[in-house]
Write a protein that binds this ligand. Structure first.
Ligand code: FES
Length: 75
């Protein structure tokens, strides 16, 4: 089943496990979920607030019209 999820974080969250830092993906784009793989570094700086993006399996970004999803766009 496919789901459309809203992710608003543009950086990972640190989780301490046995004194060791683990970085949990907050952007939703990591290919090593649930861990961050650094992909957020290439997207966070170029995304614009209030816009809705779709990333395909190859990591290509497409801008989606917010008219289709008015309830999931954040300002
Ligand atoms: S927070 Fe998602 S790849 Fe780093």
């Amino acid at each position: 089943m496919a789901r459309l999820l809203k992710r608003t974080q543009d950086a990972p969250m640190e989780l301490k496990v046995g004194g060791e830092s683990k970085w949990i993906c907050g952007c939703g784009l990591s290919k090593t979920q649930p861990l961050c793989d650094g992909t957020h570094k290439t997207t966070a700086k170029t995304e614009e607030r209030g816009k809705l993006y779709w990333y395909d399996a190859q990591g290509n970004r497409l801008e989606v019209s917010s008219d289709n999803f008015p309830d999931i766009v954040t300002g």
